[in-house]
Design a binder for this molecule. Structure first.
Ligand SMILES: C[S@@+](CC[C@H](N)C(=O)[O-])C[C@H]1O[C@@H](n2cnc3c(N)ncnc32)[C@H](O)[C@@H]1O
Length: 199
């Protein structure tokens, strides 16, 4: 169990975000994410998709020595994330980059022990070569929403206008699973989680 996290408070926080149409990591996925971060105590975490700092905060509370770099294209959300980190006294361990994720990844040279991928789902496939370059050997990449409302596993659920995202996610999952440099675990929980461990 994560002792430093008051899950009742975070449920309220998550509910408030969803009321404002800000998607944040779901409860069981958040608990798994925190568990992995706590167990691995990564020195450096990269988060792709900050929103209001909900998941970033959870990761920082789960591992008191970890540092976080987090990227989001929406400047209003980046400002809110800054407020979140200040409110919970973790701002000294968090750097927020207001940027397109792909541009950020192209320019980043630091390697990370843990990456949380939670940006635009149709772009995961484009990010893959950069993620592979930026994750340390032994490091973990935690990818959220890879089953995309059940559409990735079940053709009958596919909404036509989402077909490109679904195809891209299928290609992303399959490329990761075929990559001999990764150990992969695909979890059919909530919106689907893919965990990659670089060998
Ligand atoms: C699912 S939300 C992130 C939720 C956050 N990880 C949490 O659980 O608290 C996805 C975020 O990706 C951001 N985003 C979408 N497209 C992006 C892009 N091309 N570059 C950077 N951020 C992007 C959105 O602004 C949104 O805040």
């Amino acid at each position: 169990m994560i002792s430093k996290i008051d899950w009742q408070e975070f449920e309220k926080f998550s509910f408030e975000c969803r009321e404002k149409y800000i998607p944040v990591v779901r409860e069981q996925t958040a608990k798994l994410l925190c568990d992995l971060v706590q167990k691995n105590a990564p020195q450096n975490i990269l988060e792709l998709g900050t929103a209001v700092g909900y998941s970033g905060l959870l990761m920082l509370l789960s591992s008191p020595k970890s540092k976080l770099k987090t990227v989001d294209i929406n400047s209003q959300l980046c400002d809110k994330a800054k407020q979140t980190f200040l409110k919970y006294n973790v701002a000294d361990r968090a750097e927020i980059f207001c940027s397109d994720i792909l541009s950020y990844l192209e320019a980043e040279t630091q390697q990370f022990d843990f990456i949380f991928l939670d940006g635009p789902k149709g772009q995961y496939i484009k990010y893959l070569p950069y993620l592979k370059r930026l994750i340390k050997s032994g490091g973990i990449i935690f990818c959220d929403d890879v089953l995309y409302f059940g559409m990735v596993m079940d053709d009958s659920k596919v909404i036509h206008k989402k077909i490109t995202i679904v195809r891209n996610l299928r290609e992303f999952i399959s490329k990761c699973q075929q990559d001999a440099d990764f150990e992969t675990e695909l979890l059919d929980m909530e919106d689907g989680v893919l965990i990659l461990r670089k060998k």
